[in-house]
Design a binder for this molecule. Structure first.
Ligand code: NCD
Length: 337
């Protein structure tokens, strides 16, 4: 895959060697993301960070990743403060904003919106999530995390047993992750969801055609037994036809320490793309797991910066120049990585 100047719209663009390339560069970004070194390689470059749907970590980590490479970030965070609210098309918005920025990251509630936007953009565009469709950078950081966590347990990604729990119908992070995992061998997909929120046939067919095993379950405890990784998700309430529809699924699956202890081997990894819905009536991932060393959710968010720095440097063709402008940091850095 040639990254230089390309849009990142779907994980379907990646093969295993492209993934390895991203992961290798991500590894090299650690001194910068971990505040040991600073680089100015993107000095003068501008990122247009356009988030038309709520976001904390995706928006901020894309922005931080760009800043850590020395670039500046311009943000639009709501439809109502942008000209899209006045009826402007994606085409016009893309033509305009791509004149102001060197790269654009966009999130929008409509499936296919980022692709439409990218086709009119004069600079590379990264999909930060388009409706229930895809979330490529999330899947890459999830897979990177899976690889690291499994390596620490003496295993690889091939033959992985992963339980995907919750809203598999509307969860775009799950959709992209299933596609990426399908590139590996002998994956056991343990799908745990209410029947109405099952993974759709489009994704199931892709998994099965690639030769992997699918086991579906409507029961949390039975469904997670024997997994290497538990990947828990939030009910994507904002994608349901009405709040009343969404309410039916709130709190159906709640993973806590006692369910984990009873059903999982002691080193089973716990992941979640976040945000977890910590309201009492939802609570799909209980706070009593916070001290569990297998809870990888904040390692995922830290890894997100590495992956996004890797995408930026690959697309802008500066991978080999990062170190040229680098120096050690000279401020106090709290130990957190
Ligand atoms: C996810 C998303 O927006 O798709 N969040 C994220 O980007 N980390 C998952 C979610 O919102 O539940």
């Amino acid at each position: 895959m040639n990254f230089v100047g390309s849009h990142i719209l779907s994980v379907s663009q990646f093969d295993r060697s492209a993934i390895e390339q991203v992961f290798d560069v991500a590894d090299d970004m650690a001194p910068y993301a971990h505040r040991q070194r600073v680089t100015r390689v993107l000095e003068g470059a501008i990122l247009g960070n356009m988030f038309f749907e709520p976001s904390t970590r995706t928006r901020v980590s894309f922005g931080c990743a760009w800043n850590l490479l020395g670039g500046e970030v311009r943000e639009t965070t709501e439809v109502k403060t942008s000209a899209i609210a006045k009826g402007e098309s994606f085409y016009d918005t893309a033509r305009v904003l791509s004149g102001y920025s060197d790269m654009i990251v966009m999130r929008h509630q409509q499936e296919g919106s980022v692709e439409e936007f990218a086709s009119a953009s004069r600079v590379p565009v990264i999909n930060g999530g388009d409706g229930a469709n895809e979330h490529p950078s999330q899947a890459l950081l999830d897979l990177y995390t899976i690889r690291k966590e499994m390596a620490a347990r003496g295993k690889g990604i091939d033959q992985l047993r992963i339980a995907l729990v919750g809203d598999l119908r509307y969860g775009r992070a799950v959709h992209s992750l299933c596609k990426l995992l399908s590139l590996y061998s002998d994956i056991q997909f343990m799908l745990v969801s209410p029947p109405e929120l099952r993974l759709s046939d489009e994704y199931l067919d892709g998994i099965r055609t690639a030769g992997h095993q699918v086991i579906e379950s409507g029961d949390l405890q039975a469904g997670i037994r024997g997994a290497d990784i538990l990947y828990v998700t939030r009910t994507q309430e904002e994608r349901f036809p009405s709040q009343q529809d969404a309410d039916k699924y709130r709190g159906l699956f709640r993973l806590n320490q006692s369910i984990y202890t009873e059903n999982c081997e002691p080193n089973t990894v716990i992941m979640h793309p976040l945000p977890r819905d910590s309201r009492e009536e939802a609570n799909e991932l209980d706070n009593d797991l916070n001290e569990n060393p297998n809870l990888a959710i904040f390692r995922q968010t830290d890894n997100g910066v590495l992956i996004r720095m890797a995408l930026f440097t690959l697309i802008l063709d500066v991978v080999h120049q990062v170190e040229q402008t680098a120096k050690d940091v000279n401020w106090y850095t709290a130990k957190r990585f």
